[in-house]
Structures are given as C-alpha cells and as structure tokens.
Design a protein around this ligand. Sequence first.
Ligand code: BGC
Length: 331
Amino acid sequence: MGRTIVGVFIVLFVTAFSFFVYFSIKSFSIESIQAQEPYTKPNYHLVLVPEEINNDYWKLVEKGARSAAEKLGVTLEYAGPKQANLEEHMTTIEMAAAAKVDGIMTQGLSEEQFTPLINNTIQKGVPVITVDTDAPKSDRIAYIGTDNYYAGLLAGKALLADTEGEVNVAIITGRFDATHQKLRVQGFKDAIKEQERVKVTTIEDSHITRIQAAEKTYKILQEYPEVTAFYGTSALDAIGISQVLEQMGKTDDVYVIGFDILPETIELLKAGKIEATVIQKPYEMGYKSVETMVQILEGKAIDEINHTETRVIHREDLPLQENEILEVIEK
Ligand code: BGC
C-alpha cells in the first residue's frame, strides 16, 4: 500500500514536472518571439545628386523625390553643388558611395567622366539610376527623364512651324560638356537641316545660369545683329535671353524658344516675351526615381528606360493646370 502511494506520488510529480517544463519552454519562446521587433521594411537611405541644389528646376525634382520618399518610408538626402560644378558633383557621388548609401539617383552629366564614375559606384555595391540626363554607356540600372534628342527635335519643329522666311538662330546651351544639352542641340539641328531658310548662326553656353544666358545674348546681338531667333536649351536660358531682348527693345522682332515651365517662364510666355517652351516633368522624374530605386532594392523588375513626357507649349496653351506644373502623381 505504502509503495503504491509512493508510486502514485512519483507519477504525479513526473507529470507535474513535465507540464511545468513544457509550459515554461512554451511561454519563454512566445515571450522571446514577442520581444523581437515586429517586421519592418528596411529604412533605405537614398541620395539624390542634382546639377545645382538651389536651381528651381532641380527643386521640383527634389519635391517629387521627397513626396515618393515620404510615401514609401525611405530616407532621402538631397546633396550636390550649390552652383553647377562637375567636380563637386562627382565628389558628392563618390562620398555617397563611400558612405555605402542604399542607392544614388543623379544626372549622367558628361559621358566621359560619368561613365567610369557610375560603373565604379555600382562595383562598390551601390545601385545608380540616372535622372534628367542619361549615361547610356554606363552600367546605370535605369534612366528616368526626358528623351533629350526628341525634345530638341520638337523645339526645332516648333520653330519651323512658328516662323516664316529667313531665320538666323542663336543657340544658348546650358553647358557644352553635358550629354543632354548636346542632344537637345543635335535634335534641333536635325529638325531644321532640310530647311534652307533656317540657319544656326552661333552657339554659346550659359553654365545653366540666367546671368550668363543674358551676357551671352548681349554678346551675340553685338556680334551677329542678323540673329532673329534664340533657342535656349536649359531652364534659365530663355529667361536670361528675354531679359536682354526687352532691355534692347527687341522683344517683338526676335523669336524665343526655351525649355521648361518654371513660374517665371510661364509669365514670360503669357506676356509674349517668349514664344514657346519645351515642357519637361521634373517632379515626376524625382518621384519615379525614388519609386524605381526602391523597386530595385526590393528585387522587383523595372524598365531600364523611362521617358517622361515632353512637348512644346505656346501662349495659347495657357493657363496650365496646377497639376500639370507640379505633375502631382495620384497613386
Ligand atoms: C535641364 C537640367 C538643368 C536645368 C538647368 C533643365 O532644362 O533638364 O538638366 O540642370 O535645366 O536650369
């Protein structure tokens, strides 16, 4: 009898102990799972390197990029030269790569320097997307921006459609060494090449500033009084050109076609001081560049070439809708 009781006690003890061990392990493992961070997407750190940080055009690119970054919960840094400067631009990219950021979005400004720079950055494990200006010979993963040759072609066709008789065109381009500016000039030249009546008289660069665009306009008008049209290939060129034409009382005699729809450009178009401008979509470029970079980091398939819309507008096309200017992306 005594043995039976002892036996029952032993069985009860072993059972109770087993339950204790089982539930201790279970509750510990639940606690340890609960103690872990809930799953969150990695906070990607992306860098957008513009040609010039305070340029109104690039601020629109930044605005688009920031709104995508906010929506997708990633950190975006906007860093680059205060005034367009190739070396500073390249150093910013190198520094971002050395800091091992998760992705860089930048212009493919000049083929010669940017192709090896982009390739080195990618070799270091940092993906690169080109925005606004492509570097097609590099290993950049995607390009988001205007088809710059086509944009130049559109500008040339618009000038042909808007003018009659002999036209001597002076071109003011943002910079001679930038791929997209070269393409905008080439497209324009190709559009007018069949037309004997339209000739390119001279070409100068503005270093993408309105001041230099104005200075070069003045210089051109002194040297080539026969010039009857100007084509400005970067955002502030037509603004500088029209300023000088106005000062010289030549607004009505000289045709001006420029690039972009910054608020000032729209005002000049409205006032008839610029005849036409080539629209680009900087906000959308910024937005899509962040969106695409996140897709790349998540291993999703993306399109290599993403051309944003470009077209020519005249005064008759005004007013543009607010969302046309900011290109607000509802998604
Ligand atoms: C170009 C940009 C450039 C800007 C300068 C735009 O038309 O697409 O690359 O930085 O003009 O103002």
